[in-house]
Design a protein around this ligand. Structure first.
Ligand code: SAM
Length: 304
């Protein structure tokens, strides 16, 4: 007899357990986007000793961490649609006063496994914790990597445009707005044909009325919901990734759910969510937050 699985039961649910086991409950080609922040190497302990073997980030050895984390993304890759993407937030670790370069090592390991690295984004934290270091700059950034499964992935650049800084469609620079929407409509007709930064040499791509294309440094303050979980990332950061990589009703996944920020943002924006969390206290906390979240559209895009 063929066992019927009702996958609807997992929508807006946080699965409890190690992602390397729970992934089996998820159908293939299911998510449009994965937005996640796994535990960083050697930073903190989320579980008790009973789960320490299953917990990512508690490995003694960096290579072991990279192997384990890469494996987590390997098992969930088939669950991601071919048009889907993975947004991976990672911070670095110092050992014996030396920076290990963990985010990039993980990124290279994922590339080796066939993920396409599309962008490295710097998340700059204006309210990062002060530090007492005197012989190097204080770290106030982390990485967000954008990976895709294929080169033909869904990406909505318009949903996350940012304000023009140097010029706008109103600016008085030579040519100005007269050239908007015209092929080769540059101040010096056609001069920019072949310029890789401009599509068909069109300045109107640069002067897009909804703002310029999102840049790779995102300045976003740390979120407020920090007491309940050690490492909550800000809703605005998740929302930027979400809007660019999903449409309404798409399913978003976070294999390392923590307090459930990805799920809360997904539901607020009328997307569906599936999560996974190893530690029961956090799984319950996240589920409660998600259950208490109603659809309430908020637009963070196009703002100063
Ligand atoms: C950095 S936190 C995520 C925080 C989350 N982004 C938020 O905003 O609350 C990483 C989470 O991954 C969980 N975790 C660690 N190993 C795991 C595993 N093997 N499977 C699933 N979750 C795991 C930890 O318990 C922790 O809650």
């Amino acid at each position: 007899m063929i066992k019927q699985v009702n996958y609807n039961n997992i929508i807006n649910q946080v699965l409890l357990g190690d992602i390397r086991k729970t992934y089996e409950k998820i159908p293939d080609n299911y998510f449009q986007s994965i937005i996640t922040s796994p535990p960083y190497f050697g930073h903190r302990k989320y579980s008790g000793e009973d789960l320490s073997q299953d917990e990512i980030g508690r490995e003694k050895d960096l290579n072991e961490y990279i192997k384990n984390l890469t494996f987590c993304f390997e098992v969930i890759k088939s669950k991601l649609k071919d048009t889907g993407v993975l947004w991976l937030n990672l911070g670095d670790t110092y050992r014996k006063k030396e920076l290990l370069g963990v985010p990039w090592r993980v990124a290279f390991a994922l590339k080796d496994k066939g993920w396409m690295l599309r962008s490295d984004i710097i998340w700059k934290k204006p309210n990062a914790m002060p530090s007492s270091v005197k012989n190097r700059p204080t770290t106030d950034h982390e990485y967000i990597f954008l990976f895709s499964k294929t080169s033909d992935y869904y990406y909505d650049a318009d949903s996350i445009r940012e304000p023009h800084v140097t010029f706008s469609s109103e600016s008085k620079m030579r040519g100005g707005r007269k050239h908007l929407g015209k092929k080769n409509g540059t101040p010096e007709q056609g001069k920019n044909e072949g310029n890789q930064n401009l599509h068909n040499g069109r300045w109107d791509q640069a002067f897009h009325p909804q703002g310029r294309n999102k840049r790779t440094v995102w300045e976003i303050p740390l979120g407020k919901f920090r007491d309940a979980h050690f490492a909550v990332y800000p809703e605005q950061l998740v929302e930027t990734c979400l809007l660019a990589s999903t449409k309404m009703d798409d399913i978003v996944f976070d294999p390392f759910t923590g307090s459930g920020t990805t799920g809360v943002v997904a539901i607020k924006n009328n997307r569906k969510f599936i999560g996974c969390e190893l530690v029961e206290t956090y799984q319950k906390m996240a589920q409660k937050r998600i259950d208490n979240t109603n659809y309430q559209p908020t637009i963070f895009a196009i703002k100063q």
